[in-house]
Write a protein that binds this ligand. Sequence first.
Ligand SMILES: [Zn+2]
Length: 383
Amino acid sequence: MATQTERSGTGQGLGARLRATSKVLPEHARAHNRSLVLQHLFHEGPTSRADLARATSLTRVTISDLVSVLITEGLVEELGTRPGQRVGKPAILVGLRTDAYQIVAVDLTEFGRMRGAVLSLTGEIVVRRQLDIDGRTGDELVDLLTRFVRRLVAAANHPVIGVGVGSPGIIDLDGRVVEAPNRGWYDVPLAEILGDRMGLPVHVANDANTAALGEFTYGGGSSGMLVVTVGAGVGAGVVVDGVRVHGQGDAAGEIGHVTVVDHGECACGRVGCLETVLSVPALRRAVADKNTEDSDAALASAGRVLGVTLAPVVSALNLTEVLLSGPRDLLDGPLREAALDTIRQRTMPAINSGLQLRMAALDEDVVLAGAAVLVLSAQLGVS
Ligand SMILES: [Zn+2]
């Protein structure tokens, strides 16, 4: 995550912020104000109390109180005065103590292994771990995940404020896996189970939605984008007008089980889902034992199927960007080009003239970064 390291080193903003959509109730005002302050410090870097008051439209007194509490909690620190100031009493800058706490993140996108990391609050990866899944599913996989998270928490060298997990499947806002056929998880309250076992706040969300969060906050993603994750299965996360789209069943972006071809049994029990063409195992099978020309043709064919699937989505939502996240050797070539050509052929120029279809900027760390954003936004109100 080179971009994050650069950004955090400059003390400037740390990426895009999602637009808040929920209404503020009076009893939530204090938490809301607190998150406004943290959000500003997170994105804009060290700031004086007076500038914080101006930026958040809160009174100087409210800001002073909030900053005092945040300093006591160890989340914020005073950083001396702004250099180069000539007139008046120099204002003391306050900044987020990005080194005070760490986040544990896990990416369950891949079929064969889980990937995990300890991250700083600015999204830099401090420790990496991975663990083979060895075909485990259901309860066994939950137990393995618990051991993995325990190892990651033990590897942190600062207090962990929370654990974020990006997993395939339909996952509700409480982190309950409604359905993840590839994992053998049906109605599993994963966040609650892990939270009880770890004694830490745990946040679980769909891996593609998590990737969209990571790309939006840390990767410079635009305010109208679809992030398609290609791993053991295929999913997508959607951001429209700067807001992450959840959908009425928390399943927005679930494109992997749309029927697109007339053959190939799917883990969901139906035939011809997008996953049977575009998942990593399916793509690896399609290119196995082929020369370059034939393998390019097979990847382009999968790209056309993706393009056919995405054209109505891109058109209906008037998206600016489609990002692909997954193995570059499979996705970033004939597949990506064929998908873009197909979308262009099937949509109006007004829709497709500025459309980009590119690889996710954060590459294979995108779900880990997004899982960290899950924790930041839930624990600190920062996104
Ligand atoms: Zn299916």
